[in-house]
Design a protein around this ligand. Sequence first.
Ligand SMILES: [Zn+2]
Length: 265
Amino acid sequence: MRALLPLLLLAAAPPAPTRVRTPGGSPPAPLTTAERAAALEVAANYARLFGEAVPAGGLRVSAAGRVALPMAEELSPEAIAAAWAREQLDTPTRREKATVARGPQGAYTHFLGTDPPGSDLWGEPWAIIGFLELAAGWQRHCAALLPPAERGRCALQVGDFSWYEDRRPDPLGHKDHRGGCLDLRLFRTDGSEYEAWWDRPDDRPAFAAAGGGYDRALTAAFVRYAIDAHSVPELYFNDPQVVGAVALPGHDDHVHICLRRPVLP
Ligand SMILES: [Zn+2]
């Protein structure tokens, strides 16, 4: 057993943070001490909250010092193709909506939409940590609301966090994500990993015919939780029956949420 210990410690250690090149940008500069410390703090919180290390290559820093939301698993082309069949993603537009990566412990997933791979999960380090705390806390909260077989529906389906740097509007189409806000799909009743609308049926005929789609109760429970337990300062979503959400045009198929920036002592 003693011989295993160093190996176990090695397995739990975070990967080295690496700088990625922004499209069109200059070659990546070495990380500053502060950037490295901030990325490692993200990794430490990920490990603390989910009990596993960020995988190798999963701790990425942009030229502007933003950190990418770490994922536990990038799905293989075979797994994505299987999802196309399972989810009836039969057109290019629908296929863009497939899940491409999973976070730790089923807490969150990522889909690309029309964004280039690697471009849409950037946040200021404090916001990435804030999201990890929100996702872990919501997992526990949601687990108490649903029977075990249905807890997959608790996953936060992340569309966009922010762009590599502070450009407004950013190339992802957001006026104001600022490295601290993100878009989440609405929760669904049927376990499908696809977008839902609060005000219209699923655009896939078989899913619409089966009556699956928007789960108002679970979405409202999430909004309540995010406001009460995480004091989120900004939350846009258009269903008037969801208490606490502020209506804003364009927010019928996702919840836009900004994380609360911690006050430094
Ligand atoms: Zn948004």
